[in-house]
Design a protein around this ligand. Structure first.
Ligand code: ASP
Length: 584
């Protein structure tokens, strides 16, 4: 037998028993007459204590030859320790071995298998199987497992069926680039990997499945960021015979269930905010509402006083940063640099300190009288001790820059604690947005999202004003999920395709199968998908989803462990009917 117990299991009540443990050597300390081995497995660490003078010589020799990460089997007695170690769960006992056996040797690992490892990112990714032995990585994957189980428990109770949809499909409508797979049997033709199971889940509704979910891999060929992976996992859901309200309630239930079961947190009822409100007060469609610091539009207070920057601006926006009047010149210069970075592109930052003595000192004192500055303070509900920060310019750009500045101030003031969770819905997204590059309307969510019935009449004359039955779930400023009520009527879908600039032929070619299915009695339906990796990262208090994926890709989309992507042989290419011209 290789083990009777795990390395995390033994306690005082096991004292006196003879047990067998197997695991990895975490470390060895050799004091001559006494030698300790820390034996590790997934469940914990158990101390093996060898009194060298009272142990068989060959066992002592073996023990002394062990190195880090050797795999051994130990048979011995559980003994109470003289002084217990309350840092580990098995700290009250140790094993006095009768038998020691080497199961496998290990070369020296390239980094230490410790909570705080000396291995850099690249090394850890190359030897991910060793990284997985570390507690923090294992705990993340245990959390992920728990999240998946609890998701299934909740949805199963609500009568959702988990259905697998295919992976070799054709382009889906999420708007990213597809990963494609050449077909050997159909030379010159390609499958696309699903960006989501969107069309299939809608077909399942036509198929009468009524409530579907799937914890499913999706693939999007996009530029990578910390919170993106080319393949990622969604909790993908769809329901028939529902309105928006039903979806919001069902999935608010799921999120509450997860917080409750996994984190032991009651998050209460989720507030709802319209997209318009989010943009006006936070400059962002996924606002972090762990803190206020909402935008105040100052046009009425600041224009026509001779300050050109304000006079020429479409929008002058302020935020009041509580308690930050003591910010030094250096700190304010840093903030100015922050908003002037090319990504934000603000021309500058105006500030006004509301001093404790009641006097307001601003960077534009030349243009504004003390009385006028007091009026700003009134508009921004600033108190002595507060700092007012103001940006001006074109509406969209100014909101975007202010949104970043607000988040930066939130971070600087410690208002974005990772263990506090602020969850809410953003609803009433616009149906379409204008894309300057392609000079076309693009679906903000996807082309199957339904317009609000009361806005349908605007589809032709003012598409930008049409609101969609679309919603996002936001946690701590991260978009965790999104979905919509779908178009189930052929004429509206045709209008939508027209608006998006699809010719009838294009629409037919890409989505004809769905349109055809809708002719056979499509029930009203809608759904949502959650980014499962992101949700896990959030629950785990991390920003980077990579740490919650067993075998992730790096920032260039590479798996450096298995060295993929990689080239394939000329024979393989030929078989697939692909010719490669290195000149292209
Ligand atoms: N398929 C959508 C997405 O991946 C979610 C949905 O509309 O249900 O964002």
């Amino acid at each position: 037998m290789l083990r009777t117990h795990t390395c995390g299991e033994l306690r005082k009540n096991h004292v006196g028993q003879t047990v067998i443990l197997s695991g990895w050597v975490q470390g060895i300390r050799d004091k001559g007459s006494l030698l300790w081995i820390d034996l590790r497995d997934r469940y914990g660490i158990t101390q093996i204590t060898i009194e060298t003078e009272h142990t068989k010589a060959d066992h002592v020799t073996l023990a002394r030859s062990l190195g880090r990460e050797y795999v051994i089997r130990v048979k011995g007695k559980v003994v109470e320790r003289y002084s217990s170690n309350d840092k580990i769960l098995t700290g009250e006992i140790e094993i006095h071995p009768e038998h020691l056996e080497l199961l496998n040797a290990s070369v020296t690992p390239p980094f230490t298998i410790e909570d705080d490892t000396d291995g850099g990112d690249d090394l850890r990714m190359k030897y991910r199987y060793l990284d997985l032995r570390r507690n923090p990585v294992r705990k993340n994957l245990e959390l992920r497992h728990r999240m998946a189980i609890e998701t299934r428990n909740y949805l199963d109770k609500k009568l959702f069926l988990e259905v697998e949809t295919p992976v070799l499909i054709k382009s889906t409508p999420e708007g990213a680039r597809d990963f494609v797979v050449p077909s050997r049997m159909n030379k010159g033709e390609f499958y696309a990997l699903p960006q989501s199971p969107q069309t299939f889940k809608q077909l399942l509704m036509v198929g009468g499945f009524d409530r579907y979910y799937q914890i499913v891999k999706c693939f999007r060929d996009e530029d990578l960021r910390a919170d993106r992976q080319p393949e990622f996992t969604q909790i993908d859901c769809e329901m028939a015979f529902v309105e928006q309200e039903d979806i919001l309630n069902t999935f608010e239930g799921l999120i509450k269930h997860l917080f409750n079961r996994v984190m032991n947190i009651d998050i209460g009822t989720l507030p709802r905010m319209t997209y318009q409100h989010a943009m006006k007060y936070y400059g962002n469609d996924k606002p972090d509402i762990r803190f206020e610091m909402t935008f105040i539009e100052l046009n009425d207070w600041v224009k026509n006083k001779g300050f050109k920057v304000f006079d020429e601006a479409q929008l002058v926006l302020g935020i009041c940063v509580q308690g930050a009047a003591s910010y030094t010149r250096k700190q304010l210069d840093e903030l100015t640099e922050f908003v002037k970075r090319p990504q934000l592109g603000a021309s500058g930052l105006v500030y006004a300190r509301f001093q404790d003595d009641g006097v307001i000192k601003s960077s534009v004192d030349k243009f504004f009288s003390p009385e006028e500055l007091q009026k700003w303070a009134q508009a921004m509900q600033a108190q002595p001790g507060d700092l007012m920060l103001i940006l001006a310019g074109e509406t969209h750009k100014t909101r975007k820059a202010m949104s970043e500045l607000r988040l930066e101030m939130g971070t600087r003031l410690g208002l974005r604690n990772k263990n506090t969770f602020a969850c809410h819905w953003v609803v009433d997204f616009p149906l379409v947005e204008w894309n300057e590059e392609t000079k076309r309307w693009h679906a903000m969510h996807h082309p199957f999202t339904s317009p609000k019935p009361e806005d349908v009449s605007l589809l032709e004359c003012a598409p930008e004003k049409v609101r969609a039955n679309a919603y996002d779930l936001v946690i701590n400023g991260v978009e965790v999920g999104g979905g919509s009520i779908r178009i189930a009527k052929k004429d509206i879908q045709a209008k939508m395709f027209d608006l998006l600039g699809f010719s009838r032929e294009e629409a037919e070619k890409q989505f004809g199968f769905l349109m055809q299915a809708f002719e056979y009695g499509a029930p009203p339906h809608g759904g949502i998908a959650f980014g499962f990796d992101r949700l896990c990262a959030l629950f785990g208090g991390a920003d980077v989803i990579r740490d919650f994926i067993a075998f992730p890709k790096n920032n260039s989309g590479r798996d450096v462990m298995i060295d993929s992507p990689s080239s394939i042989s000329i024979e393989q290419l030929k078989e697939l009917g692909i010719t490669m011209n290195p000149q292209d």
